[in-house]
Every structure is written in C-alpha cells, then in structure tokens.
Design a protein around this ligand. Structure first.
Ligand SMILES: Cc1cc2nc3c(=O)[nH]c(=O)nc-3n(C[C@H](O)[C@H](O)[C@H](O)COP(=O)(O)OP(=O)(O)OC[C@H]3O[C@@H](n4cnc5c(N)ncnc54)[C@H](O)[C@@H]3O)c2cc1C
Length: 392
C-alpha cells in the first residue's frame, strides 16, 4: 500500500508529538510512526523538569491545560553536601524564573490525546521502519503495520526516534561527525508512592555517591542513586535502595519518607552529539541526535526546542518554498545543544563520586566548587540561569 504525506515523523516521543502538533496548527500534514504500543509510550517514566520555554510552547499549542493545573512550579533547588543543605533561589537570581515539575509521560499523554483529536494519523506498533531516498526530493518511509507492507512518500522526514532509533543510521557513512563520552557511572531511578520529603529538588553530593530527590506529583516521589553503569537491577532489592538513600541524604532535622516502589531501572550516563542534524530531506531531532546526562535536566527541553525550530523551517518552506530556515536548522539548534552539553557535564562532574579518584584530589576540588557555588552570588546565578532555561 502506498500513501503520501508532507512530513513523515518517526517516533511518538516528545519531539515527534510536539512537531506533529505544531505542523497541524500550521495546516501541514504529517504521519507519525511509533514502534511501541500506546500504553507503553504513555507509561514510560523518564524526565520531569520543564523549562519555562517548554511550558510556554505547550500552552501556546493548546496542550497545556492539565500541565497548568497539575504541574508543580519550583523557584529553587537545594544542593546538599557535608550533610547540610544550601538553597539556590532561582527566582531571586534570574529575575523571577522557575521550573515546572510535570512527568514526561504526562506530557506524552496530553500530546497523544491532542493528536488523536486532530484526526491526523498516528500509527502505533509499526515494524521495520526504513527511511530511503534521503538525497532526493521524494524521500520514503517503508514499514510494516498490522501485517501489511506499506510505503509513505514524503516531502520531508523527521527522525524523532530517540537514541536507539533507525533514522540516524540511515544517513550515509562519513556525513555525520559523532562526539561521545560515556561516564563511568549510571543512575538507579525509582518511583515511590509517597509524598515528596521536600518541596524542592535536592541534588546531593556524598562520599558514597550522588543522589537526587525529585517528585512527579504531590503523591509520587522520584529518587535516583549513582550506581555502576551496568548495574543489574536484581542486585538492588527495595530495602537496599532505601538504606542507601537514607545514608546519602542524611541531614540533621530532615527525614526521607518511604513508600512502595512502583518502578525502578538503571540508566547509563552519556553525552552524545551527531552533527550536522540534517542530511538531504531528513531532519534529526531530540535524542535521535543528542543525549545529555540527566543531571542538568535538559533532554526533554532540548528535544522540544529542536522541533520548534524545525516546525518554523518547514512552515516557511511549505508556504513559499523558501528553504532559508531549513538550511540553518542544524546550526541554530547546535548552539543550544552544546550549551546544554556543557551545563549537564558541569553538573555531572560537580556532583558525582569519581571512581578513579585514588587520593581524593577530585573530591577536594568538588567540595571547593560546591562551597563556591553556595557562597558566591555570581556562581549561584550561573547555575540558576542554566538550570531554568537557555535563551532561544
Ligand atoms: C531511562 C531514561 C531516563 C531519563 N530521565 C531523564 C530525566 O530524569 N531528566 C531529563 O531531563 N531527561 C531524562 N531522560 C531524557 C529524556 O527523557 C529524553 O531527552 C526525551 O525523551 C527525548 O525525547 P525524544 O522525543 O527525542 O526521544 P524519545 O522520548 O526517546 O522518543 C523516541 C520515540 O521513538 C520511538 N522509536 C524508536 N525507534 C523507533 C523506530 N525504529 N520506529 C518507530 N519509532 C521508534 C520510541 O519508542 C519513542 O517513543 C531520560 C531518558 C531515558 C532513556
């Protein structure tokens, strides 16, 4: 079966769904292809910190209703080390800015509902997606769906299929330059059915390793522990997780609340950028083309920022065949991407225990940096400005 659309979008994560909706609002057709089922995509627990720019865009797009009602607005975070907490007041340091805590799976649910309401195609459980003809002006997506072999002829393809997707690898050898760093640790993340123990996020530096206290709602706490990058989750029964969390977060007058663990998993920490973010009629966006360590809370926000630029470029092309914005897509996005890489790397090296730190030299440097950040307004402002969001 052969069909046609203006933009073929691979992946129904935040990047693909936001792009599909922005194009819809501008009267541009798209078909979104997703290899997982709807239930899986809507329940996948990942990021949860939204920059103001992301919140504003979702609201302008008309998908921010529940986000406005249920999102938790935060105006600061705590840095905890040597068993003492130090608040970084974002609003005071950045002229009133903050962040919103709203789970990525909730963003995805809202976007899927909005997509289905438009009546435009969103196909779940597609198999074997093959982007072809990227160097021509009629690129094609071949795939299988419901047992049928299908062909989708497009004007453009958007590769929004995450780090393990197929679009990046469809670019011919030698076109992309890949920059990659794998960190010698990962994060063990849990979701617990218990009210958060603090109103704001706590980034904790400890001799036993980094820990993060976050939340998804007034009833759900999200907690992370630094662990080995390939740590088998079976070696972390619930009791061991709580014991380790209590040890790292210990601070006078503060207690960590426990509750049933409803989700747990290990995520490796990686920095990755492939550039340019475009080849022929294929445009790569979000995790398909860059990964940042989660310490800076930038992954989801970067994905949304990419497709905002892409939607503007496509819109200009479809209205008058002007490709000026499309030609500068990669360059426009990469400035922000590298800035986010820098910030995420900086937060990561500041807060994690370094496994190769034999004589404790790096730990001493980390303590000196942390003391500087919490005692110098200029240093705290740099952290706050980066955390609440990079300018467009
Ligand atoms: C386990 C985990 C935890 C994370 N935690 C945080 C965090 O705490 N804070 C933070 O800021 N960021 C976090 N991130 C990063 C953040 O979630 C991502 O940056 C964000 O999801 C990027 O959105 P995306 O749409 O580009 O990619 P994705 O969300 O990965 O979406 C890609 C979509 O494409 C689909 N797909 C893949 N291959 C194919 C194919 N061949 N055909 C069709 N569809 C395909 C996938 O199923 C998926 O739905 C985390 C990421 C992971 C993996």
């Amino acid at each position: 079966m052969s069909e046609r659309t203006q933009v073929g979008i691979v992946g129904a994560g935040p990047a693909g769904l936001v792009l599909g909706h922005l194009l819809h609002l501008r009267g541009i057709d798209s078909v979104i292809l997703e290899d997982r089922d709807r239930d899986y995509v809507e329940k996948r627990v990942r990021a949860g910190v939204l920059e103001q720019g992301t919140v504003d865009l979702l609201t302008e797009m008309g998908v921010g209703g529940r986000l406005q009602r249920e999102g938790l607005v935060h105006h600061g975070v705590e840095l905890r080390f040597d068993r003492r907490g130090h608040r970084i007041p974002f609003d005071e340091l950045t002229g009133g800015c903050g962040i919103t805590i709203y789970g990525q799976q909730e963003v995805v649910k809202d976007l899927i509902a909005a997509r289905l309401e438009t009546g435009r195609p969103l196909l779940f459980e597609v198999d074997d997606v093959r982007p072809e003809g990227l160097d021509t002006d009629r690129p094609t997506l071949r795939f299988r769906h419901g047992g049928d072999e299908r062909e989708l002829r497009c004007d453009f393809i958007a590769g929004c299929d995450g780090f393990h997707g197929v679009c990046r690898d469809a670019v011919p050898d030698g076109v992309l330059t890949r920059h990659e760093r794998a960190y010698p640790f990962g994060w063990l993340g849990i979701l617990a059915e218990v009210a958060p123990s603090s109103e704001e996020l706590i980034y904790c530096h400890h001799d036993r390793g980094f820990a993060l206290h976050s939340m998804r709602s007034p009833e759900l706490t999200r907690l992370y522990l630094q662990c080995e990058p390939d740590e088998p989750i079976e070696s972390w029964p619930d009791e061991r997780i709580w014991e380790e969390l209590h040890a790292r977060f210990e601070s006078e007058g503060w207690a960590l609340k426990e509750g049933p663990i409803v989700e747990k998993g290990v995520t490796p920490m990686r920095s990755f950028v492939a550039e340019p973010m475009q080849h022929g009629r294929l445009f790569l966006a979000g995790d398909a083309v860059h990964i940042v360590p989660a310490t800076g809370a930038k992954g989801l926000n970067l994905a949304v920022a990419d497709v905002r630029v892409l939607a503007d470029g496509l819109s200009r092309w479809f209205s008058n065949q002007d490709d000026t914005l499309l030609r500068s897509y990669s360059e426009q996005c990469l400035g922000r991407v590298w800035h986010a890489q820098y910030f995420a790397w900086w937060m990561t090296q500041l807060l994690h225990r370094m496994p190769d730190d034999g004589d404790g030299f790096q730990t001493k440097l980390q303590r000196a940096q942390l003391s500087h950040v919490v005692s110098s307004r200029a240093a705290a402002t740099a952290l706050a400005e980066n955390y609440v969001g990079l300018r467009r």
